[in-house]
Design a protein around this ligand. Structure first.
Ligand code: UN1
Length: 461
C-alpha cells in the first residue's frame, strides 16, 4: 500500500495538479514535535533583538518574492489578483508588526511585600511548541498571523495547512527557513489524522476552519490539557437602516458577501433590511449582478472560482432548496465552465427561521431578511448560533451608539464591510464562531505565553 498523500489542484483548472505531498504520519509528527521542542529552547535562549531581526529578515524575504507568492495564491486557491496581492502585503505587515512586538514589555513589575529591595515580577515565558491548523482561504495571512506572534513570544511552530493550500505553505516554509533556526518553523502537510497528531505533540494550539472540526480540535486539546484558540464559522449579517446611503451600502455589502466568492468566515451572508426599502434591495441585486466574475488572474475580477466541485454544488443546491421553500432568486447561481465557477447568488423572501439563516454555506450566496424596526433587526442578527462580525449601515451616530453594544458578535463594523481584518486589533467571534482568546493584536502574545510570577528578596532578609 502506498503512503497517503495530499493533493492540491487549481479550482480554475481542476485537472491541473499543483502538487502532491506526502501526508505526515503520526510517528513523523511526533518526531517533528521533538525536534521542534529542542529548537524552541535555543530560540528562547537567543536575545529578543535577534528574534526581532530574524522575523524582520523573514518579512524581507517574502517581500522579495511578493509577485511569485501572489501568483501561487491565485493559482492554488483561486483568489482574485487584487485580494491575493493584498493578502501578501498583509502577510508582510503581520510579520513586521510581530517582529517589533518581540521587544514589547513581558508583564509587570509590581510593588513587592517583604524586605526592602524585594522585587515582584509578573512576567511571561513561552509555552513551547505551538501547533497551528490553518484553512485554505487565507493560505499566507492566517498561517502567519498565528506563527508570527507564536515565534515572537518565543515558541517553535508546527503548521498543518489545509490540503488545498499545501503548495503555498510549503513555499512559505522555503522562504522563511533561511532566516529562522532549523526546525523552528515546520510545515506538516496532511489531513485530519496529521492534525490530531499535531494537537497531541503541541503545548498550545490555534485552529481556523469549520465549526465542526474546530469543536473536535478544542475537545482534543482540552483532553491533552493544553490551551486552545479556535476561529470557526460565521453567518454574518449586515444591517441596513432606512437612513443608510443606498449606493454605498449596496456596493459595500455586495463586495463583502461575494468577494473571493464569499469564501471567508467574515463574508456577509445575511442582509437585514430595516423597514420597507425596495430602492436598496434593487441596488443590492444590481450591485451583486454587476460584480466581475471570471479568471482570478485578471485584476478586475472580484468573484473567482470556489475551491471545489462540492463547494460549487453546495451553493447551487442551497439555492434550489431555498427556492423550493418559497425564496426568490434575485440573481446568480449559474454554473460557468470550466472550473468551479458559480455566479453570486442573492435570495429574497425566506422566513426568518429559514435554514439559510441558520447554516453557513461558505460560498457566493446571501439572503435578504426584513425587520420592522431596529429591535427586530438586533434580534435577527443575534438569532444564529454564530457570532463573528456584524455590519451596520447608517448615518446616525445615535443609532450606531445604541445598537453596536447589542450585537452578540466579536466584531462590529459600522459603515464597513464585514470582511477584512486589522491585524493589529483583536479578531475573534462569540458562540459557535470562536473559542478561547481572540487572535491577532498585541494581546495574542498572552495566549502564546504562560505567566511566570517571580519574587526576589535579599539573601539576608
Ligand atoms: C478577512 O476577512 O480578511 O478564515 C479575514 C477566515 C477568517 C479570516 C478573515 N478567519 O475567513
Amino acid at each position: 500500500m502506498s503512503a497517503p498523500t495530499v493533493e492540491s489542484t487549481s479550482p480554475q483548472r481542476p485537472d491541473t495538479l499543483i502538487g502532491v505531498f506526502p501526508a505526515t504520519s503520526v510517528a513523523d509528527v511526533a518526531s517533528a514535535a521533538e525536534r521542534s521542542r529542542q529548537a524552541q529552547r535555543a530560540w528562547w535562549a537567543e536575545s529578543p533583538v535577534t528574534r526581532a531581526a530574524a522575523l524582520s529578515a523573514a518579512a524581507d524575504s517574502l517581500a522579495t518574492h511578493a509577485s511569485e507568492l501572489t501568483e501561487l495564491v491565485i493559482t492554488e486557491v483561486g483568489k482574485p489578483r487584487g485580494e491575493a496581492s493584498g493578502e501578501v502585503q498583509r502577510a508582510l505587515a503581520i510579520l513586521r508588526y510581530f517582529a517589533q512586538l518581540s521587544l514589547a514589555p513581558l508583564g509587570d513589575h509590581l510593588p513587592a511585600a517583604g524586605p526592602a529591595g524585594s522585587v515582584l515580577l509578573d512576567t511571561r515565558r513561552p509555552r513551547g511548541v505551538a501547533g497551528l491548523i490553518t484553512p485554505w482561504n487565507f493560505p499566507l495571512a492566517i498561517p502567519l498571523w498565528k506563527a508570527a506572534p507564536a515565534l515572537a513570544a518565543g515558541n517553535a511552530v508546527l503548521l498543518k495547512p489545509a490540503p488545498a493550500a499545501t503548495a503555498t505553505a510549503v513555499r512559505l516554509h522555503e522562504l522563511l527557513a533561511p532566516h529562522l533556526p532549523d526546525e523552528l518553523f515546520t510545515v506538516l502537510p496532511g489531513d485530519g489524522i496529521t492534525g490530531a497528531a499535531l494537537v497531541a505533540g503541541s503545548d498550545v494550539v490555534s485552529f481556523t476552519g469549520s465549526t465542526a472540526v474546530g469543536r473536535a480540535v478544542v475537545a482534543d486539546a482540552a483532553a491533552a490539557g493544553i490551551p486552545v484558540q479556535a476561529e470557526m464559522g460565521g453567518l454574518n449579517a449586515s444591517v441596513v437602516l432606512p437612513d443608510a446611503d443606498v449606493a454605498f451600502a449596496a456596493r459595500t455589502i455586495a463586495a463583502a458577501a461575494m468577494g473571493y466568492a464569499g469564501q471567508k468566515c467574515t463574508a456577509t451572508s445575511r442582509v437585514v433590511v430595516v423597514g420597507h426599502n425596495p430602492h436598496f434591495v434593487d441596488a443590492l441585486a444590481a450591485a451583486v449582478a454587476e460584480l466581475p466574475v471570471g479568471d482570478p488572474g485578471d485584476s478586475s475580477t472580484v468573484v473567482g472560482p470556489v475551491i471545489s466541485s462540492s463547494a460549487c454544488a453546495a451553493v447551487t443546491d442551497a439555492v434550489t432548496a431555498a427556492v423550493s421553500r418559497g425564496g426568490r432568486l434575485l440573481t446568480g447561481s449559474r454554473r460557468l465552465d470550466p472550473g468551479w465557477f458559480v455566479t453570486p447568488a442573492l435570495v429574497d423572501g425566506l422566513e426568518s427561521i429559514d435554514e439559510l439563516h441558520r447554516e453557513e454555506v461558505f460560498g457566493p450566496l446571501a439572503s435578504i431578511q426584513y425587520a420592522a424596526d431596529t429591535d427586530a433587526a438586533v434580534e435577527l442578527v443575534n438569532s444564529t448560533r454564530y457570532g463573528l462580525v456584524t455590519g451596520l449601515f447608517t448615518g446616525s451616530l445615535d443609532d450606531a451608539l445604541r445598537l453596536v453594544p447589542r450585537f452578540d458578535t466579536g466584531m462590529v463594523k459600522v459603515n464597513g464591510s464585514t470582511s477584512g481584518a486589522d491585524f493589529h486589533a483583536s479578531f475573534g467571534g462569540e458562540k459557535d464562531s470562536g473559542y478561547g482568546p481572540a487572535e491577532q493584536g498585541r494581546h495574542v502574545l498572552d495566549f502564546y505565553s504562560r505567566h511566570h510570577t517571580v519574587t526576589l528578596a535579599p539573601a539576608a532578609g
